[in-house]
Design a protein around this ligand. Structure first.
Ligand code: NI
Length: 183
């Protein structure tokens, strides 16, 4: 396993539609391991394969149950994920992205979704997710379609940049913003 560099938003791979996985091979399992390790090292709560330079339809999601304890949530690995059902109810929440460091925004998402795909053993799985976990699934599946969270924000006043703490001069970064979702 290895922590891999995260691709930044200006790279074309993040604007491409990722390719479906046709076969689950040892190389694919290594890619998944690297995705999990990279996500955890970056303290993210989700990652899509294009973010480490592989244009393949694979996502990992791990939202901690206890915000203070990384790794305390359920790890989901989904190959060729699809949203089967989405609640009509739309909710806004703060998102960030490991590929767009320092930026956050209010993004509308379905409150709950049912996601179907394959697990790392090639078996069909179906996950019903709500709240933050549902949000992360929608964010990661967007990555597989070349969509980044700012694309989902109509109102430019709903997106902002948080300076790293060492650069903050006059205004402290509020806890709510600095602990925003990053994936
Ligand atoms: Ni992202």
């Amino acid at each position: 396993m290895a922590v891999r560099p995260i691709v930044m938003a200006d790279q074309p791979i993040l604007r491409r539609k990722a390719e479906p996985v046709l076969r689950i091979t040892p190389a694919l399992r290594r890619l998944i391991d690297d995705m999990v390790e990279t996500m955890r090292a970056a303290e993210g709560i989700g990652l899509a394969a294009p973010q480490i330079g592989e244009s393949l339809r694979v996502i990992v999601v791990e939202v901690p149950e206890d915000e203070e304890v990384p790794g305390s949530g359920i790890l989901h690995v989904v190959i060729n994920p699809e949203i089967l059902e989405a609640s009509p109810e739309i909710v806004e929440g703060v998102e960030g992205c490991l590929s767009i460091p320092g930026w956050y925004g209010w993004v509308p998402r379905h409150r709950s979704v049912t996601v179907r795909g394959l697990n790392r053993d090639g078996r069909w799985i179906r996950i019903r997710a709500e709240g933050l976990v549902a949000r992360v699934f929608q964010h990661e599946i967007d990555h597989l379609n070349g969509i980044l969270f700012p694309d989902r924000i109509q109102d430019p006043t709903r997106i902002w940049r948080v300076q790293p703490a060492r650069e903050a001069v006059s205004e402290p970064v509020s806890a709510g913003l600095s602990s925003g979702l990053r994936d």
